[in-house]
Design a protein around this ligand. Structure first.
Ligand SMILES: Cc1cc2nc3c(=O)[nH]c(=O)nc-3n(C[C@H](O)[C@H](O)[C@H](O)COP(=O)(O)OP(=O)(O)OC[C@H]3O[C@@H](n4cnc5c(N)ncnc54)[C@H](O)[C@@H]3O)c2cc1C
Ligand code: SF4
Ligand code: SF4
Ligand code: SF4
Length: 396
């Protein structure tokens, strides 16, 4: 349905409130006039802004918006198979969960295809990029718990598909749905070569808070950040939520400050409290995540090195997983035993979200860390000692 603005000038309106825009960038990518830019708001999230002088009122931007139109009724989607999956120990060491993303993307790369996913750039901002070899694909491994900037990624995917390449795209469900809609609007047939893998998604934190958090850690350590590992399972195991940051002066910090801010849910994008993808029926080919629940349901499979859950949603997804299966341990599971919250309902907006953002604007990060992240300097020291002990006991 096309909308008019309140002055009746037939200008496109992309969203009426911020809960209706996931920032997927499909509207930005489809505009034939390049009239849309993605602009950061005061919470650090990108939103599309139309330059009405350039706009020719074609409404392609409104039509492509999968999030606010919510046209894909989840009841029409099927769930073909569900597996608990592990790659080899070597693969799992390098990945966040069971290493499934790497094994699936290997199949695409071996067939001359390309992979799109999220990396940390040199400033440790999360951004989507393209990879046509394993070295660059490996940079996509591990979860970056902050919203990724897609910039011109969707147009890159379209170009690759037009060249006849197979493309694997990974991202949150809103990113995957936005991309599928964008490709379909350009040429429905091109979707045949697009392999889409979405993540079971709790929500995405603010890039502004992430940036401020890293600067704060950097100042404390008096060194430049060299590496960030969110949920570092190497020292603490797959079940833990400790972030490791390494600095140029050889210092490092083990911290749960960002985990605590993630847990209190104030820093998520407003659309995450209104997310239509919080169910078991997804429009992607495969949905992947952490196989939470395995520790209770099949404890023998939980070695604390990571295990993935895969929801196979299409025959294309089924073919891809079959091609990858020689490098995977796979076991059929029942979805009812693995219904983690993001498969059931959207995040609840905390009652104190407004208070949080008012505090955020008026105080420094230490205040925020103390008030909202249970930060105490001794807490970091506790994790450092734990890491030291584990390293010396050679536990992984
Ligand atoms: C913000 C966020 C929230 C998540 N919430 C949950 C959850 O609630 N429950 C759950 O089961 N799993 C969740 N996951 C997924 C989980 O953490 C693993 O990423 C997933 O299981 C893949 O593991 P792997 O070992 O197969 O992949 P890896 O080899 O570790 O590869 C990581 C994959 O995630 C993608 N990725 C990393 N960061 C981002 C990002 N910021 N935006 C988009 N894509 C990204 C990469 O492109 C790559 O495909 C979340 C991931 C993210 C990024
Ligand atoms: S959800 Fe995506 S397509 Fe819709 S308005 Fe936001 S950025 Fe544009
Ligand atoms: S209506 Fe057309 S030209 Fe105007 S911003 Fe939307 S896509 Fe661009
Ligand atoms: S919770 Fe929903 S809206 Fe938020 S990033 Fe995840 S898929 Fe997108």
């Amino acid at each position: 349905m096309l909308k008019e603005n309140e002055k009746g000038k037939n200008l496109p309106i992309l969203f009426e409130n911020k809960e209706n825009c996931a920032g997927c960038s499909a509207c930005y990518s489809i505009c034939p006039q390049k009239a849309i830019s993605m602009v950061e708001d005061e919470e650090g999230f990108l939103y599309p802004k139309i330059d009405h002088k350039k706009c020719i009122h074609c409404y392609k931007c409104q039509e492509v918006c999968e999030f606010s139109n919510q046209r894909k009724e989840s009841e029409n989607l099927s769930l073909i198979d569900i597996f608990a999956i592990k790659a080899s120990d070597e693969e799992r060491k390098k990945s966040q969960s069971g290493g499934l993303f790497a094994v699936l993307s290997d199949v695409i790369l071996e067939n001359g295809g390309v992979v799109y996913g999220c990396v940390f750039n040199e400033k440790f901002e999360a951004v989507h990029v393209r990879a046509d070899d394993r070295k660059n694909r490996d940079l996509m491994r591990k979860s970056k718990y902050v919203q990724s900037n897609k910039s011109d990624t969707f147009c890159g995917v379209l170009e690759d598909l037009k060249k006849g390449k197979k493309v694997l795209f990974t991202g949150t469900s809103c990113e995957v749905n936005g991309l599928i809609s964008f490709v379909e609007k350009n040429n429905k047939k091109l979707v045949e070569n697009l392999y889409s893998v979405d993540l079971i998604c709790h929500g995405v934190p603010s890039p502004l808070v992430w940036r401020d958090y890293l600067n704060w850690e950097q100042k404390k350590a008096k060194g430049k950040i060299k590496r960030v590992i969110c949920r570092n399972k190497t020292f603490f195991g797959w079940h833990s939520y400790v972030t490791t940051i390494k600095f140029s002066n050889f210092r490092s910090v083990e911290s749960v400050t960002f985990t605590n801010i993630f847990d209190n849910a104030c820093v998520f994008r407003p659309s995450c409290y209104n997310c239509p993808y919080k169910n078991i029926h997804h429009n992607s080919d495969i949905t992947i995540g952490d196989c939470w629940g395995i520790e209770k349901n099949i404890p023998s499979l939980d070695d604390n090195k990571g295990i993935s859950i895969a929801l196979v949603n299409s025959s294309k997804g089924s073919d891809l997983i079959n091609m990858a299966s020689k490098n995977l341990y796979m076991r059929h599971i029942e979805i009812k035993d693995y219904m983690q919250e993001p498969l059931r309902k959207a995040l609840k907006k905390p009652d104190f979200r407004e208070e949080f953002w008012s505090d955020y604007k008026n105080n420094d990060f230490l205040f925020i860390a103390r008030k909202y992240c249970k930060y105490r300097p001794l807490e970091d020291l506790k994790w450092k000692i734990k890491r030291y002990l584990r390293w010396n006991l050679r536990r992984y």
